[in-house]
Design a protein around this ligand. Structure first.
Ligand SMILES: [Zn+2]
Length: 97
């Protein structure tokens, strides 16, 4: 079902998770939890990308792999339904690694 891809140098992530990262972790040649020092992990999930805006064209069925950030010590691994929608406006690119 879910394609495993070689991680590209740039990955799609959610802005909300990037914000969380800045609060939860600190950068030391990689992102590490401020509380426990655990390395922050990324898990890929396939989402339908919904273009925001007026009109019936919203949700054209395009799917993209989005990487989700999580702390393995403070959270459990997030799970996402295949193809669950995310807003295009919520996406940003991040350097991988
Ligand atoms: Zn943590």
């Amino acid at each position: 079902m879910e394609e495993v891809q070689v991680a590209p140098s740039q990955v799609r992530i959610l802005k909300t998770e990037r914000k969380w990262l800045g609060e939860h972790a600190e950068y030391r040649a990689g992102w590490y939890c401020k509380k426990t020092g655990a390395e922050i992990l990324m898990v890929p999930a396939v989402h339908s990308i919904w273009q925001d805006g007026p009109g019936p064209c919203a949700g054209d069925g395009e799917t993209q792999t989005v990487f989700h950030l999580y702390c393995p010590d403070c959270e459990k691994e997030p799970e996402f339904e295949y193809g669950s929608p995310v807003q295009a406006d919520d996406l940003m690119f991040a350097q991988n690694g």
